[in-house]
Design a protein around this ligand. Structure first.
Ligand SMILES: Cc1cc2nc3c(=O)[nH]c(=O)nc-3n(C[C@H](O)[C@H](O)[C@H](O)COP(=O)(O)OP(=O)(O)OC[C@H]3O[C@@H](n4cnc5c(N)ncnc54)[C@H](O)[C@@H]3O)c2cc1C
Length: 323
């Protein structure tokens, strides 16, 4: 049986999230020849812009406009999707803050299967999909068989699938008249922007990122010296911000900034999916970690198994001496 495959497109400021093209790529595995429909919810001119953007890469785009969908309130989005999705639909959404909020409740309301944080999948056979998830911080992979005969909601990890570059263009269908009552118990108040910070790590080509393995606030200087030698700036993982060793504006990850450097040095960073979710654009990754089994080595182009407190100052010295 051919299932109708949908992706839910998150967006901000009139631009689809990077995850949208990754979802399209995952959807192609599920439906190599069949149509894939992108669903975009929202309100006003920004919604139209996102719909047009998606229609340049996707054969069918459903526009769902309603004032209560102006902000991504998962409760309202869930009510809307329950109205418009056909039974047995397979819906892919990003495993981000909104996706984690939306997916479980939606699958319950649709009475469909739910698998979260998917990193790989194989084409469906006999009504079932094999999906791969990672557990214990990426130390093990688990393979899950998912019956999609009654529909499914799958949340897809950021960066796990390549962005689809060659999608055929399509058309926008306005399905807003199908939206029912969206009255919610929870009301979205406002978006509070993070502090700007003194540097904008999203615009830098070389990032030297410090993780918990740097061990002490005073050792941040080791990362700063290397960044200076390379002409880059220092970024970090979340524990460094939590410890107040660096400001929030320097944090890379799903709850920090999305960065697109050319070169990314990960010093004492284990490689959690929340951290790697903020790393886009396929940078050249150099990882220094004293644990050879750290998941960061699965994505690194160059891996150095060593104590960063010893290795990094030597590297900086060598770079400076060769200038
Ligand atoms: C909802 C949510 C959102 C999150 N958002 C983010 C986010 O945006 N960004 C983010 O980074 N995290 C985020 N996290 C946290 C994330 O799950 C991880 O806990 C975090 O990324 C781990 O940071 P780390 O790699 O620096 O530390 P750890 O996981 O503790 O890893 C430290 C690494 O350093 C190595 N090490 C230790 N000492 C040395 C040494 N001397 N030399 C070399 N290597 C050494 C260790 O082997 C280890 O691999 C989020 C978590 C949640 C639940």
């Amino acid at each position: 049986m051919v299932h109708q495959v949908f992706i839910y497109v998150a967006h901000r400021d009139g631009q689809a999230a990077d995850s949208a093209l990754e979802l399209l790529s995952a959807a192609r595995i599920l439906s190599p020849d069949g149509p894939v429909t992108a669903i975009v919810t929202g309100w006003g001119e920004v919604l139209d812009r996102v719909c047009q953007e998606m229609a340049s890469r996707c054969p069918e785009v459903w526009k769902l406009a309603h004032q209560d969908l102006a902000y991504p309130n998962a409760e309202a989005v869930r009510k809307c999707l329950v109205e418009v999705l056909p039974s047995e639909a397979v819906l892919l959404l990003a495993h981000d803050t909104l996706g984690m909020d939306l997916g479980p409740g939606l699958s319950v309301k649709l009475n469909s299967s739910f698998v979260s944080d998917v990193v790989a999948m194989t084409a469906p056979r006999d009504g079932a999909l094999t999906l791969v998830r990672e557990e214990y911080g990426g130390q093990v992979s688990t393979h899950v068989s998912c019956d999609i005969s009654g529909g499914a909601v799958l949340s897809i990890r950021s960066g796990a699938f390549p962005a689809l570059e060659d999608g055929a263009p399509g058309e926008v269908q306005d399905r807003s008249s199908e939206i029912g009552d969206l009255a919610c118990g929870r009301r979205f108040l406002e978006i509070v922007e993070a502090e700007a910070g003194d540097v904008d790590i999203t615009k830098e080509e070389i990032l030297v990122s410090a993780g918990r393995g740097i061990e002490d606030e005073d050792n941040i200087e080791i990362a700063e010296e290397l960044a200076k030698a390379l002409g880059g700036v220092v970024s970090c993982s979340r524990p460094i911000v939590d410890a107040k060793w660096l400001e929030k504006a320097r944090q890379v990850g799903t709850s920090g900034k999305t960065v697109k450097p050319k070169i990314y040095l990960a010093l004492g960073i284990s490689g959690s999916f929340q951290h790697l979710g903020g790393l886009k654009g396929n940078p050249f990754i150099v990882a220094v970690n004293k644990n050879s089994k750290a998941p960061i080595f699965q994505v690194a182009d160059v891996g150095v198994v060593d104590d960063l407190l010893e290795f990094v100052p030597l590297l900086t010295e060598r770079i400076n001496s060769q200038r």
